[in-house]
Design a protein around this ligand. Structure first.
Ligand code: SF4
Length: 56
């Protein structure tokens, strides 16, 4: 799964990381992908309040 987080859009709310802690971490107030193979990344994608996450 190809996942991208738009750093400029991300507000660091942490919703994605709380839904997918094995796939996303918050670093310096921005979300970063730590494991792009996690299924829960889809949940994070759907939950981001400002659509900063994209999946291909
Ligand atoms: Fe950033 Fe969206 Fe994750 Fe919030 S849910 S930390 S805005 S990528």
């Amino acid at each position: 799964m190809k996942i991208k987080i738009n750093e400029e859009k991300c507000i660091g709310c942490g919703v994605c990381a709380s839904l997918c802690p094995k796939g996303i971490a918050i670093l310096d107030g921005k979300a970063i992908v730590t494991d792009s193979n996690q299924e829960c990344l889809k949940d994070a994608f759907n939950a981001c309040p400002i659509n900063a996450i994209s999946i291909n």
